[in-house]
Design a protein. Structure first.
Length: 183
């Protein structure tokens, strides 16, 4: 079977490879802390599990709206208001299957062949692969510990070209945990 060129250029997930190696080492009895996949060290809370089981029993297993159902969207709007004092309209909310899916959708919509996306490094390993999958070029900007792993305004200005279509601002950063202030 022929594989599309855009898929053939992608590298396998280094995160999953690291996780598999760490799991293999643990299985051999080696005491290791894995810095691979960021899996929680706890099970899904019981109240969430019970709602999911209840929904399954009630037959709530059909497709929902691509943006998420109104009940979920309204719950997100309310949580953002209650927990953070933020005001959003339901039309501004999109519910997805996770961050990776949302980020790919964003890249798919914004990035064309030859476009550039600025990514501060260190970075989540998925960012450049998503940009490449959409025909773009990742522009990696080194953000060393001396800068608290944050890109400076000067670095950002220097990285922008006429082909720049996006800048990935990840705060708190995965993997460093760096948090950008409002300033």
């Amino acid at each position: 079977m022929k594989i599309a060129k855009r898929a053939a250029i992608l590298k396998p997930s280094m995160t999953l490879a690291l996780t598999a190696k760490a799991n293999a080492m643990k299985a051999q009895g080696i005491d290791i802390i894995s810095f691979g996949a960021g899996e929680p060290d706890f099970n899904t809370p019981d109240f969430i599990t019970e709602v999911a089981i209840d929904d399954l029993r009630k037959g709530r297993t059909k497709y929902t709206a691509e943006r998420g159902g109104p009940e979920v969207i309204n719950a997100v709007v309310e949580a953002l208001r209650r927990d953070y004092g933020l005001k959003f309209e339901p039309s501004q909310i999109v519910v997805s299957t996770g961050g990776k899916h949302s980020l790919f959708n964003i890249m798919f919509v914004l990035v064309d062949d030859g476009d550039e996306v600025i990514i501060p490094a260190p970075y989540w390993l998925t960012y450049p692969e998503q940009v490449k999958a959409c025909g773009g070029t990742p522009v990696l900007v080194n953000c060393p510990p001396a800068q608290n792993f944050k890109i400076t305004a000067e670095q950002l200005r220097a990285a922008i070209t006429p082909r720049t279509v996006a800048f990935v601002l990840n705060s708190p950063s995965n993997p460093t945990g760096a948090v950008y202030t409002k300033a």
